[in-house]
Design a protein. Structure first.
Length: 194
């Protein structure tokens, strides 16, 4: 079977696009960002706002993710904060911190809908100090960069980890934000005096 030049160029483009796969969506300005407006018909702004606060509280209590600089605006229905979590160069017992990923997360609500945005993804390099503690070096790398000379495989893995973790956080938000109090609870048993 013979293949023409156009067939070879299509195969080359497919291989090239898979090798340079972008795990995080890129917005119009070339920055990694995950954002969506979601309908929540029948839900008041106050309920959605209360539920988003609960989601932020659960996220902040997670052992993996640290949330800082949380800002609440109940009038606008917006909550925002900065998140950070470590990424590793090895797994299992030999796991070693390679760096940390930090990003900004915000959730805005209105009657019947909400919008979430995950943006400003930055990798902070870590190194071992003289006391064998892993500390930030001050050097950073935005996640939009797909190339990492000398450590491409690990960089690609970090980017996959970010995409997976953020999607888990989004899934948890979508569940939490539309929760309602359970109306099927049994009434409390009344104590009867003899």
């Amino acid at each position: 079977m013979r293949m023409g030049k156009s067939g070879m160029s299509v195969i080359f483009l497919l291989i090239f696009s898979v090798a340079n796969a972008q795990y995080l969506p890129v917005n119009g300005s070339g920055k990694c960002e995950i954002a969506e407006v979601v309908l929540a018909e029948g839900f008041l702004k106050s309920t959605l706002y209360s539920n988003q606060l609960q989601w932020f509280k659960i996220l902040a209590s997670s052992s993996d993710v640290k949330i800082s600089s949380i800002q609440n605006d109940s009038i606008e229905g917006k909550t925002a904060g900065n998140a950070e979590f470590p990424v590793y160069s090895q797994s299992g017992i030999l796991r070693k911190v390679a760096g940390a990923i930090r990003y900004h997360v915000s959730v805005e609500v209105k009657d019947g809908k909400y919008r979430y945005t995950f943006s400003d993804f930055i990798f902070d390099y870590y190194k071992q100090d003289r006391n064998y503690h892993m500390v930030k070096t001050g050097k950073t790398k935005p996640l939009e960069e797909t190339e990492a000379g000398g450590w491409q495989k690990l960089w690609t893995q970090h980017r996959k980890t970010v995409f997976s973790l953020v999607n888990q956080q989004i899934d948890a938000l979508k569940i939490r934000i539309i929760e309602t109090p359970d109306t099927n609870n049994k009434p409390a048993e009344k104590k009867v005096d003899w």
